[in-house]
Design a protein around this ligand. Structure first.
Ligand code: NAP
Length: 439
């Protein structure tokens, strides 16, 4: 089958997650397709549409062409018509414009177990706030818009006129909790200003759920507050991936299991943080039980990336001037853990380095914190394989008769510490390939 062609158009495009997300979705659908980026300046957009975009299978549209593209299309679907904006076009005999924003928003809420009903507070009055406010009002929610200027009133008036509902408008300082859902549709808290937050924590108290449309970083200060207050939380990357999934449904009738979308979301978060966020060039940390292949996979990965490779156990030996069994003999496990923590703190300062950690290191909160800005990957293997690989290795003081219990205790801690988990019972090449996709 010939390769299908899809693209994203907009200007300027700068950092975009679209090629990564769409390529993953094509891979899931086993579709032979190429997704490229078409950064097109305004003076040549018409030409670019006619000579390029119109002739491929489909494309996504972003700022500033979501309205500009409309007169060039043969027809619009009902959502694109309703919102007066197009972000997805299916080409073919007819070029048809769609809008998948509201679908992505609702699907992200759905997958977080949040229903779009009751009272909804929308923070902001820009493009995304407009979609959220319209969708909530369309579904009969009581909508409040928080705005820092009079533009909030303009949006409210449009909603009232078109949907015949009543919209409350507040300044941010007037917000107190009590909403069924709060949606952040402002960029406040986005990378690199990740310490900023559009609300005080107390202003969230009493509300039930939060959706933060920001996807870089994965966890904004607002999301952290909501988690601390025990609220349900939906995150921006979910919306981005679900919107993309809807485009695949439109283009070639794809449908994806929610679990598959969740996997793409996890990978997309890791990719985004490494390429456009706080983890750029930060170490990749491999963790897992003895025998999972941290050193072998780590060296192979470092070679592919042309990065350095360090093993925290080797750092400890160098730092303490004695072997690991010797440290255990002389200082006990507690003494070893202290030395290990010092090695983790040092390793976390490195750049462009793959780090293999000792089997117990990442079961300690203080070491996880030391590697907070690194991408942490759990190499997961069944216990039987660990025993087969290291059962007779005398340099592993903790692999004794109690090893299976140790494995069972550590497994959930690894899962909690890691940004993603990779099946490490496969070949080193397969494991490295899988990790390289994210890096
Ligand atoms: P936009 O059209 O520029 O709107 C931004 C809104 O935020 C405006 O109402 C703006 O107010 C308000 N705002 C900006 N700084 C503020 C501050 N310091 N205090 C209070 N309000 C402030 O942007 P957008 O396209 O709607 O996007 C908004 C956010 O949603 C971005 O972070 C974007 O990345 C995210 N987003 C995510 C998805 C997704 O799929 N996850 C999709 C779309 C958008 P003024 O009008 O007064 O300037």
């Amino acid at each position: 089958m010939d390769m299908e062609k899809y693209a994203l158009t907009g200007h300027p495009l700068g950092h975009t997650m679209s090629p990564f997300i769409h390529s993953r979705l094509f891979e899931l659908s086993q579709r032979n397709a190429l997704y490229s980026v078409c950064d097109c300046p305004p003076e040549s957009f018409d030409n670019c549409f006619k000579s390029n975009l119109r002739n491929i299978n489909g494309f996504n549209v972003t700022i500033p062409y979501k309205q500009t593209v409309i007169p060039l299309l043969d027809r619009l679907d009902s959502d694109a018509e309703f919102y007066g904006a197009v972000n997805c076009v299916a080409c073919g005999e007819h070029a048809v414009g769609y809008n998948t924003d509201a679908y992505g928003f609702c699907a992200a809420l759905d997958s977080a177990g949040i229903s779009l009903e009751g009272s909804v507070l929308v923070l902001g009055n820009g493009g995304a706030a407009r979609t959220v406010a319209f969708e909530a009002a369309r579904r009969g929610c009581k909508v409040t818009i928080a705005s820092r200027s009079d533009k909030g009133q303009v949006l409210a008036k449009e909603l009232e006129r078109r949907l015949g509902c009543e919209i409350e408008v507040l300044r941010f300082s007037q917000i107190i909790g009590g909403y069924d859902l709060v949606v952040n549709a402002t960029p406040v808290g986005m990378f690199p200003h990740t310490y900023e937050c559009v609300l005080e924590k107390e202003q969230l108290r009493g509300s039930k759920a939060l959706m933060d449309l920001i996807y870089n970083p994965q966890q904004t200060v607002l999301v952290k507050y909501a988690n601390e207050l025990g609220m349900k939380v939906a995150q921006g990357m979910e919306m981005l991936v679900w919107q993309a999934a809807r485009a695949h449904e439109i283009w070639y009738g794809a449908s994806f299991e929610p679990e598959k979308i969740s996997e793409v979301v996890v990978d997309a978060n890791a990719y985004m943080e490494r390429h456009f966020g706080s983890k750029k060039d930060a170490p990749v940390v491999l963790l897992g039980f003895m025998g999972c292949g941290k050193s072998t996979v780590g060296s192979a990965l470092a070679e592919r990336l042309v990065w350095d490779f360090v093993d925290t156990d080797e750092l400890i030996v160098k730092q303490e001037g004695m072997s690991i069994p010797q440290i255990f003999d002389e200082r006990g496990e507690a003494g070893f853990r202290e030395a290990e923590h010092r090695a983790c703190l040092k390793a976390a300062q490195l750049r462009r380095t793959v780090i293999a950690t000792g089997g117990g290191a990442m079961t300690f909160e203080r070491n996880i914190s030391a590697f907070a800005d690194c991408t942490k990957i759990h190499l997961s293997i069944p216990f039987s394989l660990a025993r087969e690989r290291v059962g007779n290795d005398k340099s592993r003081p903790l692999f004794g008769s109690d090893a299976e219990n140790l494995y069972n205790n550590r497994l959930p801690l690894y899962q909690k510490a890691a940004d993603l988990t990779v099946d490490a019972s496969q070949s080193v090449d397969t494991i490295s390939e899988r990790i390289m996709k994210i890096l």
